[in-house]
Design a protein around this ligand. Structure first.
Ligand SMILES: Nc1ncnc2c1ncn2[C@@H]1O[C@H](COP(=O)(O)OP(=O)(O)OP(=O)(O)O)[C@@H](O)[C@H]1O
Length: 258
């Protein structure tokens, strides 16, 4: 089902467009992301970043153009292939998406449910190998000592690192992160993004991460892609851009009354 060539794209968007009724939200988007890249997706509120991430994970079908993820078009691949693709594409949300009354360990184990036939209730009902993997992934995000703590008693930054560890259980080849640090203070934000960067480099998976904090985008990404008014207006290696030019993208949007 997937394109196995090492030089193949993780993600290939061609002439992508999306409208909701008469409202055009994205137009003419072309993007080719190679395996292992960390892409920061920036742009003002309403620019279309979340819509783009939803098109990539198959939650929306484009009204124009094509999406190709790991060699598969999520819009046309059929339900079974879409399910399989979703196990290879992890999603990290702004609001963490954890079950607050459950422990960090149980939340992380839930990331493996896609590989199990039956639902599980409680840590002891998961196979030992998965329990070991969950502890190891919590160690990788610096939270092994907190594994039995209820998630709703962890700090926001710790909760987002649990969400990253949960995604690691999928052995995802792409992780899509939609404003993962929007509700965190600057220190916790950097810590979460550095954690995501570290584990992506260790495992070689691709990251597309929407962010409003341009300073953080510059610190953690290899490549910056900017969207404004539904169009891709910048696509550049991070080392070739500056904080001032990224801030300009937001200033122009304000000037245009967005
Ligand atoms: N299901 C939908 N139906 C109608 N309009 C939608 C839908 N989803 C998104 N939109 C519109 O598409 C536009 C882009 O929204 P989107 O959430 O993708 O922007 P964003 O860049 O992620 O914004 P933010 O940074 O504030 O999260 C907005 O005008 C939004 O109202």
């Amino acid at each position: 089902m997937t394109n196995g060539s090492p030089t193949a794209s993780s993600l290939l968007l061609q002439d992508l467009g999306m409208s909701f009724g008469a409202k055009t939200v994205l137009k003419g988007i072309n993007l080719d992301v190679k395996p292992g890249q960390f892409v920061a997706l920036v742009g003002p509120s309403g620019a279309g970043k979340s819509t783009l991430l939803r098109l990539i994970n198959g939650s929306h079908r484009p009204t124009e153009g094509t999406v190709n993820v790991l060699g598969v078009n999520p819009g046309t691949c059929g339900r079974k292939n879409l399910q399989k693709l979703r196990t290879q594409v992890g999603f990290v949300f702004q609001q963490f998406g954890l079950v607050g009354r459950l422990s960090a360990m149980e939340n992380v184990l839930m990331g493996a449910l896609g590989s199990l036939r039956m639902p599980r209730y409680g840590i002891s009902t998961y196979p030992a190998a998965l329990r070991e993997k969950a502890v190891s992934n919590l160690e990788r995000v610096g939270l092994a000592d907190h594994r039995f703590q209820r998630c709703d008693t962890l700090s926001g930054g710790q909760q987002q690192r649990v969400a990253i560890a949960r995604t690691l259980m999928q052995d995802a080849r792409i992780v899509l992160a939609d404003e993962p640090v929007a509700s965190l203070d600057p220190g916790a934000s950097l810590s979460v993004l550095n954690t995501l960067k570290k584990v992506s480099a260790e495992d070689g998976f691709t990251v597309v991460c929407s962010l409003h904090q341009v300073d953080l985008a510059l610190q953690v990404s290899d490549r910056v892609v900017a969207v404004r008014d539904g169009s891709l207006i910048l696509d550049t290696p991070t080392r070739e851009t500056s904080e001032a030019s990224l801030r300009g993208i937001y200033e122009k949007a304000k000037g245009a009354g967005s």
